[in-house]
Ligand binder design. Structure first.
Ligand code: AMP
Length: 213
């Protein structure tokens, strides 16, 4: 089963994707993570997109479509979770075509609905484990031992360069301008499953599981 997690920055897409990976052996394809890896490894493409990402703008469609195309050639496990992709109608069209070319289809698009006010606090308090990617929050989800990841035991906590109020404002603007039209697009295709993304992590996970049966 292949699904998309759709929602604004801070909606909890990454957190829920990780739960789905654990529960159903699905494969998380996060274009944000792929771009950050490219940036950290200093590849030419990584350097090119670094500034765009720090500002909170979208990188060009051809770059992210190319990244997804590569991943679709690999193991699909219990299905792909597209996290942060597609973000434009052109990316959505490209995804349809890529899936069709490899004999796959899209089961559902989970729209994670959250209130804009909640996003600022979610984003500015967020930090992640630099080793395994587990997501934490200064107020709502601290690791059990200060600075040590509950999942992998490493102490490499990171705060994303674009998780600040100014960049978030641009990221929200990009979301409403370029990504939110996908809600109508997938509704019209009969694929949209809205869930309330404001609850506790487990409650949201339960709502997603229900939406996917
Ligand atoms: P994310 O981790 O999904 O919040 O993405 C972080 C940043 O990476 C975004 O603000 C964009 O600059 C870039 N990015 C990630 N996915 C995409 C995408 N599908 N299309 C364009 N830019 C993207």
């Amino acid at each position: 089963m292949n699904i998309i997690l759709l929602g604004p920055p801070g909606a909890g897409k990454g957190t829920q994707a990780r739960i789905l990976v654990e529960k159903h052996a699905m494969i998380q394809l996060s274009t944000g993570d792929m771009l950050r890896e490219a940036k950290d490894s200093g590849t030419e493409m990584g350097l090119r997109v670094a500034r765009v990402m720090a500002e909170g703008k979208l990188v060009t469609d051809d770059i992210v479509i190319g990244l997804i195309e590569e991943k679709l050639k690999g193991d699909s496990g219990g299905g792909f979770i597209f996290d942060g992709f597609p973000r434009t109608l052109a990316q959505a069209d490209a995804l349809d075509e890529l899936l069709e070319n490899c004999g796959q289809s899209l089961a559902a698009v989970v729209e994670m609905r959250v209130d804009d006010d909640a996003l600022v606090s979610r984003i500015t308090g967020r930090f992640t484990c630099g080793n395994c990617g587990e997501v934490y929050h200064a107020k709502t989800k601290q690791p059990k031992d200060d600075g040590i990841c509950d999942q992998c035991g490493q102490s490499e906590m990171k705060h994303r360069a674009d998780d600040n109020e100014e960049s978030l404002r641009t990221r929200l603007m990009e979301y409403y301008k370029l990504t939110s039209p996908l809600i109508g697009y997938y509704y019209a295709k009969g694929k949209l499953k809205p869930v309330n993304g404001l609850g506790e992590i487990d409650a949201v996970a339960a709502e997603i599981s229900e939406a996917l049966v």
